[in-house]
Design a protein around this ligand. Structure first.
Ligand SMILES: [Cu+2]
Length: 474
């Protein structure tokens, strides 16, 4: 090399090192091991200015875990959780991916990352037998929020068993700062037994092919984000949800009851939409939503294809604490009696609707129908409720202790904290506008089943309980 050229290249090196902290050219410097997190947590924002070789260690583990209270399922997981570990990289990073398949696995597995530019998203390169490890690398050229999933045959079955997760390729300039970031991913599950059928439930291939899921849930279980496991935020904070949909079949109409998304990164890409109520998350796709929480209370994450929420499990809570702002949301300010025809508010004019029960057997039979129509959506067909959201009526100590009080609940609704069978609930049951006869029927049915006391409730008992505004009043 001539002296001249040598000096030039030295100059080049100095130039590069001068710019080391603002380098956005994609030059790879050093190496790091990626921090992975289990849902609903998200790894911290990437603060380094340069690109690096980022080593991702992800382990496939097949394991039995609850999909609902009392229902076990064999999940196939990336990192031991459904969805799999959250991976956070920077646009321009070189990712050295290590996929390990635990020796206890029964199946080979691989990974297709939608963030990869290359055949199969890494699937062929990462095919891994139990007790083996595969290594491949890729450059994160495109920023955005991407799904990853297993792509080993039968692909549908591997995905249906929970083999998916999210990888965020942060833009060079980073994501705008927010106070809280969470990871929520929907999936549909197919079990031999019906929703809520207790005990171990195997995968049902026919239901999967028919696209008729038994469970549609966030983060791998019907109760993954309720009760103690609800997400939290404080009034005034900005919240960001990284939302994915593993499918394998359903498209999600993602909605948060009681909030409006200030920003939606449509399909997890660059396009930002604003002031959105419900956003579509395709199977094998994602979205990012940002919103500021202004008032306290429970926000409810749902798939707004709403039977999935109340009958298949797609429900998660965000508990917001802090001072009320009565201007933004007043709560109930009046509960006036509305009597357009001068009759009782709960009077049902349709004579056919209220069939009088002649015998106890009739009362129970009529009550069962009312239960199916008016109660099962929340308290569930088996009366077991949904942990953290709807208390059980099956074997309920609260119900059995005081029939007058129970009549009052169905007649007037209920809000505020209660404890049922040792679990806390603090939610709202609306007044349902049933007649005294109907309330007597439905409560007699509920008392007659699921290990309850067998108490018989008559229309006269119901009439004796005052019609009032619900207690608690917020
Ligand atoms: Cu797999």
């Amino acid at each position: 090399m001539s002296k001249f050229l040598f000096i030039l290249s030295l100059l080049g090196l100095t130039l590069v090192s001068c710019f080391k902290d603002t380098n956005t050219s994609g030059e790879i410097k050093g190496e790091e091991v990626a921090v992975l997190t289990a849902p609903p947590m998200v790894p911290p924002p990437i603060n380094r200015k340069h690109n690096t070789k980022l080593i991702v260690n992800l382990e496939v583990i097949e394991k039995k875990a609850p999909i609902a209270d009392g229902v076990d399922y064999t999940f196939w997981t990336f990192g031991g959780t459904v969805p799999g570990s959250f991976i956070r990289v920077k646009e321009g990073d070189l990712i050295e991916f290590h996929l390990k398949n635990h020796p206890s696995s029964k199946m080979p597995h691989n990974i297709d990352l939608h963030a990869v530019t290359g055949p199969g998203g890494g699937a062929a390169a990462s095919f891994t037998l139990p007790g083996h490890e595969s290594v491949f690398s890729f450059k994160a050229i495109n920023r955005g929020l991407y799904v990853y999933h297993c792509a080993t045959a039968p692909v549908g079955m591997h995905i249906a068993n929970g083999m998916y997760g999210l990888i965020l390729v942060e833009p060079k300039e980073g994501m705008p700062k927010v106070d809280k970031e969470y990871y929520v991913m929907q999936g549909d599950f197919y079990t031999k037994g019906k929703y809520g059928k207790q005990g171990y439930q195997p995968f049902d291939m026919e239901k999967a092919i028919d696209e008729n899921p038994t469970y549609v849930v966030f983060n791998g279980a019907a109760n993954a984000l309720t009760g103690d496991k609800a997400l939290t935020a404080k009034v005034g904070e900005t919240v960001r949800l990284y939302v994915g949909n593993g499918g394998p079949n359903l498209v999600s109409s993602f909605h948060v009851i009681g909030e409006i998304f200030d920003k939606v990164y449509v399909e997890g890409g660059d396009l930002i939409n604003q002031n959105i109520q419900t956003t579509l998350v395709p199977a094998g796709g994602s979205t990012i939503v940002d919103f500021k929480v202004e008032v306290p209370g429970s926000l409810v994450m749902v798939d707004h294809s709403i039977f999935r929420t109340f009958n298949k499990g797609s429900l998660g809570l965000i508990k917001v604490e802090g001072p009320e702002d009565k201007v933004i949301y007043s709560g109930k300010t009046a509960d006036n009696v509305y009597l357009p025809e001068g009759g009782a508010i709960q009077k049902v004019n349709d004579a056919e609707k209220v069939t009088m029960a002649a015998t106890l057997e009739d009362r129970i039979k009529l009550g069962r129908n009312i239960y199916t129509q008016s109660c099962a959506a929340c308290h569930q067909p088996d009366g077991k409720g949904i942990s953290g959201a709807f208390p059980p009526l099956a074997n309920s100590d609260w119900l059995n202790k005081d029939a007058k009080r129970a009549i009052g609940v169905v007649k007037n609704g209920l809000s505020g904290p209660i404890v049922v069978n040792g679990s806390n609930y603090n939610s709202v049951m609306p007044a349902l506008g049933l007649s005294d006869e109907e309330i007597a029927n439905v409560l007699t049915y509920v008392y007659s089943t699921w290990g309850n006391s067998g108490k018989v409730v008559t229309p006269k008992d119901v009439a004796d309980v005052k019609l009032t505004a619900p207690a608690g009043g917020h």
